[in-house]
Design a binder for this molecule. Structure first.
Ligand code: GUN
Length: 286
């Protein structure tokens, strides 16, 4: 039976450390601030944004939420980002994805100053991730790395298989595993022999968004299985990409959904906001 990696617990521990760091920064007259922009009425996005705001408050960060109507134009959104780029109270800017049709996500992300891009979506930050010289790590992959570290098992030399090639998770995830000297394979919708490839994984990270896609026959005995998926099963119940009940009998470590990767993503966002505040206030720190 696998050990359950408790993302909620690990996240709580890190947030405690972060709140101590925030208190120290406040004593130096630095209050890290995050601006979260949401456009439209997507219900899942609204929940994510609310949770981000609550998490900021919990550790003492300043947060500002901008809820814009779905008919916001590209230039209105860009104007707001440009104001926030110049606002010294705001150290991090996040535009909740997905945006309504008609708004160009790439242009929007490009408008955010790279030093305020706490999602690490700007191409300058993506490039830095490629070469291993990063200020910000992308939040979900960074959270996954923390969860793997919590097992005490080194990534170096391990066969790492990432399911999914999105810009937000799959691609940066593969890079972070590579930086830790894993041997990385990325699988996607056109991959042949997916089961055989997965079966060789010492570490499997799934981020494809298909409920219970990863079944027991795809898992090597003793593998570490990390489930980034946030799906709903046929009964409407929240579930990951992994068939948890079957896979936990084979894996050595596994993350549950909910309570695995989810809480870590916001924790890494908080960490990036603090990093941004420190970078933007170097003069006060020395
Ligand atoms: N939508 C789903 N996940 C994310 C995320 O990590 N950042 C942003 N900006 N939008 C998202």
């Amino acid at each position: 039976m696998a050990n359950i990696i408790n993302g909620k617990e690990i996240s709580k521990r890190i947030r405690q450390q972060l709140s101590e760091e925030v208190a120290e920064l406040k004593s130096l007259d630095i209050t890290p601030g995050l601006a979260v922009i949401i456009v439209g009425e997507d219900p899942a996005s609204k929940i994510y944004v609310r949770n981000k705001k609550l998490a900021c408050e919990e550790i003492g960060l300043f947060s500002a939420e901008f809820s814009l109507p779905a008919n916001t134009t590209q230039s209105e959104l860009i104007d707001l980002i440009e104001v926030l780029n110049q606002d010294p109270q705001i150290n991090g800017i996040l535009v909740q994805s997905p945006l309504p049709a008609g708004l160009d996500e790439a242009i929007v992300v490009h408008t955010i100053l790279p030093e305020k891009d706490v999602d690490a979506f700007h191409e300058q930050n993506v490039g830095k991730i490629m070469i291993g010289n990063f200020a910000f790590l992308p939040c979900t992959p960074a959270g996954v790395i923390e969860l793997i570290h919590s097992t005490g098992i080194s990534i170096a030399g391990k066969n790492c298989v990432v399911l999914g090639r999105s810009n937000i998770v799959g691609k940066p995830m593969s890079m972070l595993l590579l930086h830790e000297n894993g041997t990385v394979t990325i699988c996607h919708s056109q991959t042949k022999n997916m089961t055989e490839i997965c079966k060789k994984a010492d570490i499997l990270v799934s981020a494809i968004g298909k409920p219970k896609f990863v079944t027991a026959d795809m898992i090597q005995e003793g593998a570490i299985v990390i489930d980034v998926g946030m799906n709903h099963d046929e009964n409407g119940k929240l579930c990951g990409d992994v068939d948890f009940e079957a896979v936990e009998k084979i894996a050595s470590y596994i993350t549950p959904v909910p309570g695995g990767v989810g809480p870590m993503t916001i924790t890494m966002l908080l960490k990036n906001t603090i990093t941004a505040a420190k970078m933007q206030n170097q003069r006060k720190l020395f």
